[in-house]
Design a protein around this ligand. Structure first.
Ligand SMILES: CCCCCCCC/C=C\CCCCCCCC(=O)OC[C@H](COP(=O)(O)O[C@@H]1[C@H](O)[C@H](OP(=O)(O)O)[C@@H](O)[C@H](O)[C@H]1O)OC(=O)CCCCCCC/C=C\CCCCCCCC
Ligand SMILES: Nc1ccn([C@@H]2O[C@H](COP(=O)(O)O)[C@@H](O)[C@H]2O)c(=O)n1
Ligand SMILES: [Mg+2]
Ligand SMILES: [Mg+2]
Length: 250
């Protein structure tokens, strides 16, 4: 939802800054790398110590790099497959650090094994949610679903709650409950999202198989037919879902 509705707003706001960075000779890849480094440092230095306010401030400063790098690449006409790979791969690293940092807190001085387990579940389920899309697209399916809780939601829910929970250090009462509530919400939302995506991929795979069978029946005897996955497609053959794509990118 945020990806759909908030992205346009942030694109407008961040475009002048992205243009400035380009004029200064900064590359999109550098922004991707520095941004991820900042998120990882903020999460793994502050969160395990229970410094939720300052950890969230540092993470928030750097996490917007994920919206700036693509903006820069598009403005410069330099969007690339490598950039897309780097961006998505480092997103996974940043997410792991955020939920890993929280898990470390609960495993240590936070002393709550259940919330430690929930944070680990958020980490793992978020990675799998993203993987469903990447893998589905790699086998040539559109994966035409976003789902309830995408990455932006996972981050916003968790960071807003962690930042507010950190206000307890400044004497604000009653905020301690926010982070556990956010982790439960992200965990449940991610599980629902995973289900939504798996169901979608299953339906799209069945539809693709039916279309291939129909095409195969129509062109019986065609050795290069769609069923063998040699008919071409977006990434490694849209028709390859039954043919060669099972052995594709993992
Ligand atoms: C007094 C208290 C002070 C507290 C301190 C400050 C608190 C600040 C709190 C929160 C700020 C949170 C900001 C988080 C912004 C996150 C932005 C972001 O990184 O979004 C990334 C997202 C996706 O980008 P990509 O397309 O590059 O990534 C793809 C995605 O990861 C896919 O994963 P999947 O979704 O499938 O799981 C992958 O499949 C794909 O590979 C990958 O490429 O970008 C967007 O979605 C764009 C929309 C961003 C919307 C940001 C909204 C920020 C909104 C509110 C901030 C509110 C701050 C209010 C704080 C109030 C506290 C009192
Ligand atoms: N170093 C980079 C980072 C990103 N890209 C391109 O931007 C797309 C992602 O856009 P976001 O707004 O989500 O950051 C990505 O798919 C690439 O096409 C790039 O080229 N180099
Ligand atoms: Mg990005
Ligand atoms: Mg990204």
């Amino acid at each position: 939802m945020l990806n759909k509705y908030a992205r346009a707003f942030f694109t407008r706001v961040l475009t002048p800054f992205a243009a400035l960075l380009l004029r200064l000779g900064v590359s999109p890849d550098a922004v991707t790398l520095v941004g991820t480094g900042g998120v990882v440092a903020g999460a793994l230095v502050f969160y395990p110590l229970g410094e939720f306010f300052w950890g969230t401030v540092v993470i928030t400063l750097f996490v917007f790099s994920d919206l700036i790098d693509g903006n820069m690449a598009r403005q410069a006409g330099r969007s690339s497959r490598w950039g897309a790979f780097l961006d998505s791969t480092l997103d996974r690293v940043a997410d792991a650090a955020v939920f890993g940092g929280l898990a470390l807190w609960y495993a240590g001085r936070g002393d709550d094994l259940l919330l430690c387990a929930i944070a680990i579940f958020c980490l793992a389920s978020g990675q799998v949610v993203s993987y469903t899309k990447a893998r589905g697209e790699a086998i040539g399916l559109p994966v035409n679903v976003s789902g309830l809780v995408e990455r932006a939601e996972r981050l916003v829910i968790t960071l807003v709650a962690a930042g507010l929970a950190g206000l307890a250090d400044f004497g604000v009462p009653g905020v301690g409950v926010l982070l556990p509530a956010a982790l439960w919400a992200v965990a449940l939302g991610s599980a629902v999202t995973l289900g939504q995506r798996v169901v979608t991929v299953r339906r799209e795979a069945a539809e693709a198989a039916e279309a291939e069978d129909a095409a195969g029946a129509a062109g019986a005897g065609d050795p290069g037919g769609a069923r063998t996955g040699t008919g071409g497609g977006p990434a490694n053959g849209a028709a390859g879902s039954r043919g060669g794509a099972e052995g594709g990118a993992a």
